[in-house]
Write a protein that binds this ligand. Structure first.
Ligand code: NAD
Length: 248
C-alpha cells in the first residue's frame, strides 16, 4: 500500500470500531489523522476532536480547526453512523429524522465543510461507510437500510460532481463487522453466543468481517493506488453482494 506521508485525514466516528481501525491504519502509513467523534478519546499519535455530525456548527468548527492546526486536508472518511431496528412501524418520525440526520446528512455536512480544502489537495479522496443494508433487504432494519441506501446514492452523486475536480468519492459496504456496535447488540440479546453464531452463519465466509478488513478497503480507496476509481461501492462482506446471496 502506498503511504500517506504528509497528508491529513479526518475520520468521523474515528474513536471506535471501523473508524478507529481506519484512523490507526492511515496513521501507521504516515497520515496525520484526526478522529471527529462525540467521544474523541484516542491514543497518540491520533488526534481527537469532539464533533457531532448532526450539528453543522460543530462540524464547520472542527474542519476549520483541523486546517488551522495541520495546514491542509486531503482525506475525509465519512464513517460515523447509528443503527435502528425493526420494520417501518417500529420507529416514529423523530427516530427516522434522527437516524437519517446522523447517517446521511452527517456525511453531507462534513463533505460540505471539507470540499473547499480538498480542492487544494493533489491527493483528495472521500470514502463513505455504506453497508450491505443498502441493497441486501435485511429483515427488521427498514430505517437503517433506507439511510444506507441514501449513502449509496449520495456516494455516486458526489463522485459524479467532484471527480473532474480531482476529488474521488467512493464507499465501502461492510457486512456484519466485529465492532463495539455489534458487541453491544449481542450483549443485549437473550442468548449472546447463539446470536453471534447466527450472525456468523449469515456471512458467506462463516465469520464476522473484521474492522481491520474494512479499514484496509477504506485506506485503499483513500490512497492514490485507487487513483482511477470513483463512484465505486466496495463490498467487504465475505462475498454476499458479489455472489448475489440473500441474508438468511
Ligand atoms: P461503533 O459504534 O463501534 O463506532 C461508531 C462511532 O461513531 C462511535 O465512536 C460513536 O461515538 C461515533 N458517533 C456516533 N454518532 C456520532 C455523531 N453524531 N457524531 C460523531 N460521531 C458519532 O460502530 P461501527 O460498527 O464501527 O460502525 C461504523 C460505521 O460502519 C457506521 O456508519 C455503520 O453504519 C457502518 N457499518 C457497520 C457495520 C457493523 O456490522 N459494525 C456493518 C456495516 C456498516
Amino acid at each position: 500500500m502506498t503511504d500517506f506521508e504528509g497528508l491529513v485525514a479526518v475520520v468521523t466516528g474515528g474513536a471506535s470500531g471501523i473508524g478507529l481501525a481506519t484512523a490507526e491504519l492511515l496513521s501507521s502509513r504516515g497520515a496525520t489523522v484526526v478522529a471527529l467523534d462525540l467521544i474523541p478519546e484516542v491514543a497518540d499519535p491520533l488526534v481527537g476532536i469532539r464533533a457531532d455530525v448532526s450539528d453543522d456548527e460543530s462540524i464547520k468548527a472542527a474542519i476549520t480547526e483541523v486546517v488551522a492546526r495541520f495546514g491542509r486536508l486531503d482525506v475525509v472518511v465519512n464513517n460515523a453512523g447509528i443503527g435502528a431496528q425493526g420494520d417501518v412501524t417500529a420507529n416514529d418520525d423523530a427516530q427516522w429524522a434522527k437516524v437519517l440526520d446522523v447517517n446521511v446528512l452527517g456525511m453531507v455536512r462534513v463533505s460540505r465543510a471539507a470540499l473547499p480544502h480538498l480542492r487544494n489537495s493533489p491527493s483528495a479522496a472521500i470514502v463513505n461507510t455504506c453497508s450491505i443494508a443498502a441493497w441486501a433487504g435485511l429483515p427488521q432494519r427498514a430505517l437503517y437500510s433506507a439511510s444506507k441506501g441514501a449513502v449509496y446514492s449520495l456516494t455516486l452523486a458526489m463522485a459524479a460532481d467532484h471527480v473532474r475536480e480531482g476529488i474521488r468519492v467512493n464507499a465501502v459496504a461492510p457486512g456484519t463487522a466485529d465492532t463495539p456496535w455489534v458487541s453491544r447488540l449481542l450483549d443485549s440479546a437473550p442468548d449472546p453466543a447463539a446470536e453471534r453464531a447466527a450472525l456468523e452463519a449469515r456471512q458467506p465466509h462463516g465469520r464476522l468481517v473484521s474492522a481491520d478488513e474494512v479499514a484496509g478497503a477504506i485506506a485503499y480507496l483513500a490512497s492514490p493506488l485507487s487513483g482511477s476509481t470513483a463512484g465505486t461501492i466496495l463490498a467487504v462482506d465475505g462475498g454476499m453482494y458479489g455472489l448475489r446471496l440473500r441474508p438468511k
